[in-house]
Design a protein around this ligand. Sequence first.
Ligand code: AMP
Length: 208
Amino acid sequence: MLTIAVSKGRIYEETLPLLAEAGITPIDDPKKCRKLILQTSRDDVQLVIIRATDVPTFVEYGAADLGIAGKDVLLEHGADSLYEPLDLNIACCRLMTAAHKDAPEQRGRIRVATKYVKIAQSYFASKGIQAEIIKLYGSMELAPLVGLADCIVDLVDTGNTLKANDLEPRELIMNISSRLVVNKAAMKMKHAAIAALLSQFEQTLAKR
Ligand code: AMP
């Protein structure tokens, strides 16, 4: 049995066509049922539906053999303990700093609200900027509006969320896409099955 960890939402939706090309169709729809383990059209493949930030943990501990997670989540988790053989080029977006549209560029020590504490720390350190990082779990856009932070570090896709909150993107930290990650022991123990799946994904991606 191969277990693949996927998060609900955009990554799940964009993963479905890749899985379909590999002959894997989930039997239930996670939007309509509350099952956390989804059986598929293939007896030897099941999906576990978990929070995006938990995907690296499930794969690291071997609770899932494979997982699909954004590069942002993998970097924040510290993904040395996983193989990351494929960039799936899905759920693409940008990790950026953003600030109030009227805010001048800050000099000296700044306060940054984000859920990406590690990434933000190393980004500002690399620029020689002293930053106090405030960890939030959501609604980062609110922080500059209520004086909690000078700026935020968050994912930006269309930019509509920032705009709706009078913020603007400032600096690009990195481009983000979702990656396939593999448990190191599973890569050895289930090599044939995983290699076959990787090659099917690669073929589908090459056609795009
Ligand atoms: P947008 O308004 O299109 O710029 O989207 C920004 C909002 O969607 C922010 O709350 C982001 O955290 C979230 N977001 C955008 N792209 C992604 C992605 N690829 N994965 C997860 N969240 C995303």
